[in-house]
Design a protein around this ligand. Structure first.
Ligand code: MN
Length: 276
């Protein structure tokens, strides 16, 4: 501890960046010194009474500010928990509300919470999820951060790919799908094949690859953005996404998402956002 006041050693460096926290730390240190002075003489009550009132007050204010500051740092998670724009039962009968409750409420929430726990004080403050994924991909020492951050990102993207009632495919997106796969039916067939043949847990994606669209699959938490690809649509093919409703019939689940739940307006918007 060598001269450092032990009262502060539990505070991680990364937590102390807001002016409020810095002010709190300085004021709390002054206050702690004042209290220490008193206790060393074993007449601390008397000594504290003899200390200038301003120093004592500064100590009290400082400790309060420090607690507020640290509390605020706690509230500032790196990875946001995305709210849903639809209700849990919005996808019945294709996805049950029970599946949505477990998938969104337990699995997705778990990834976001764990990502934020692992990221705490790890030097990634101020970075976006996309940046963290790129920085940690393929690095053994960051496996836990990558897995949970990428799963949080993949799920947040997946929730946006879904819409009750699906909607129609706009002309620009339809043209690109036809240019890339020959027809819309061929695209669906190829997407379904890729999802069906994927071994184990993972994701099936539609990504932009230069001038055309491409179907790719990723295993476990892996994500196209870790490989410099621009995803425009995805279906989660982890068993937790469909097992309660479909058991082993993954293809039926993916088919229903493609035919009834895919938000083609969102998919088209991703195409536009990649043109910038
Ligand atoms: Mn999932």
């Amino acid at each position: 501890m060598s001269g450092e006041n032990t009262a502060f050693t539990w505070i991680k460096k990364g937590d102390l960046f807001s002016p409020l926290e810095v002010l709190g730390r300085v004021a709390a240190r002054l206050g702690a010194v004042a209290v220490k002075e008193g206790t060393m003489n074993k007449q601390w009550i008397k000594r504290v009474h003899h200390l200038p009132k301003g120093v004592c007050l500064l100590g009290v204010i400082g400790l309060a500010l420090l607690l507020i500051g640290c509390g605020k740092a706690e509230e500032k998670p790196s990875i946001a928990h995305e709210p849903l724009s639809y209700k849990m039962d919005a996808f019945k009968p294709y996805i049950s509300d029970q599946t949505m409750r477990v998938h969104y409420g337990k699995h997705y929430t778990g990834y976001v919470d764990k990502a934020n726990q692992f990221l705490k004080g790890g030097g990634f403050e101020g970075k976006t999820a996309d940046e963290i994924i790129v920085l940690t991909a393929g690095k053994k020492e960051y496996t836990a951060i990558f897995n949970n951050t990428a799963q949080a990102w993949n799920h947040a993207f997946f929730w946006k790919c879904l819409k009750p009632g699906s909607g129609t495919v706009g002309s620009e997106l339809a043209d690109l799908i036809i240019k890339s796969f020959g027809s819309f039916d061929t695209f669906k067939q190829k997407f379904l094949e890729a999802a069906k043949n994927q071994f184990g847990s993972g994701w099936t994606w539609l990504v932009l690859d230069g001038e055309k669209l491409k179907i790719v699959t990723t295993t476990n938490a892996d994500t196209p953005i870790a490989h410099g690809l621009k995803p425009i649509f995805t279906v989660d093919v982890w068993e937790h996404a469909y097992y309660l409703d479909y058991q082993n019939r993954r293809a039926d689940f993916v088919k229903n998402v493609l035919n009834h739940l895919a938000d083609w307006d969102f998919v088209a918007s991703q195409l536009k956002s990649s043109e910038k």
